[in-house]
Design a protein around this ligand. Structure first.
Ligand code: ZN
Length: 133
């Protein structure tokens, strides 16, 4: 199942937990594992705190500090830092679900990480029933 994500900033974390939860519910599978994958090279997926929005802000601030635009970069698109951030965050996450509910911690959310926005993006959600893996 595909999730559409519209980002509004160059660097942004978008909480897609509700979209992923809805995709799981639509499968009708009770127990299993949910894979979230993005087919983008300048974006990422991560699971982190959903309570204090300053955590998301601090993650973006830290990534900006870790990944600098280097004068030696050669990539013709000029967005090498976005590619590096994408690799640091990874492009997939997997979450088990029970009784159709994602087994995330109370403070966990699934975030789409935009590093070269704003853009229209997509994530793929694939669920496998427990015992059929
Ligand atoms: Zn590029």
């Amino acid at each position: 199942m595909q999730i559409n994500i519209s980002t509004s900033k160059n660097n942004q974390l978008v909480n897609i937990t509700n979209d992923v939860q809805s995709a799981v519910a639509k499968t009708g599978i009770s127990d299993g594992i949910c894979f979230v994958h993005i087919a983008h090279t300048t974006a990422g997926i991560t699971i982190n705190e959903n309570a204090d929005p300053d955590v998301v802000r601090d993650i973006l601030l830290s990534l900006d500090d870790i990944v600098k635009e280097l004068p030696g970069f050669r990539h013709y698109e000029g967005n090498s830092s976005a590619h590096v951030k994408s690799s640091l965050m990874g492009n997939s996450a997997s979450v088990p679900f029970k009784n159709g509910k994602l087994q995330l911690g109370t403070w966990q959310g699934i975030y789409f990480c935009e590093f070269d926005g704003p853009r229209s993006r997509k994530a793929w959600v694939t669920c496998i029933a427990e015992g059929k893996m």
